[in-house]
Design a protein around this ligand. Sequence first.
Ligand code: ZN
Length: 218
Amino acid sequence: MTDDTCQSPARALLERAIAEGLTLGDCLQAFAAGAGDERRYADFARARLARDGAIEIDDPAVVCQADEPGAYVLAWLWVDAAEIWDGPTDSDGAPCRCLNHYRCDNCEQGWTDQWSCACNDSCPSCGAEIEPFDTTELDLAGRPTKNNMPEQPAPTSDAKSQIAERMADLIVHVRRQQGECTDDDLRAAAFTDEQIASCGPLARGFAAVELGDPSLQP
Ligand SMILES: [Zn+2]
């Protein structure tokens, strides 16, 4: 158990204020040093230690005076998503965090590809330029996050096989990333329990063929 039961009245007020829309920025302003020695420390840090786009210091800034003669000045360090991304990047170096699902209108070929946006891709069979029919966003570890597509309608057998193909693409991707793909991974990509129950076995069968891994066969 945490000490929730004996939290201070101020903390309870804070939680209420957050629920009412208080932001971190409001708090930083409330605690920022507007005058005196703390202001001098902050001004020095902003003028001499900050670096545009890499180390940013608010004005006014929060300052914490130490026992030693000196003070800590609160700063913001920039971390670029590309720095902590191991996956593919586009020509500008941006992480390819969109797992796009395509199906060719010309030749029915289905495929997935990872891009930095939900962009068109060339059909690997006939070369036609095709828009993605769905996009799964990946987090910085390459795992699927929320799927922005609207809920799938109740599956007809055709829709069911489309869902299974989409699910199979995801299973193949996740298995290649992290070895296995659980139902939780499918839920994280916005597949419903109903879809997992009705299309999961078919999808794992498709994925087994794609991966050449008979252990996935239902
Ligand atoms: Zn095609």
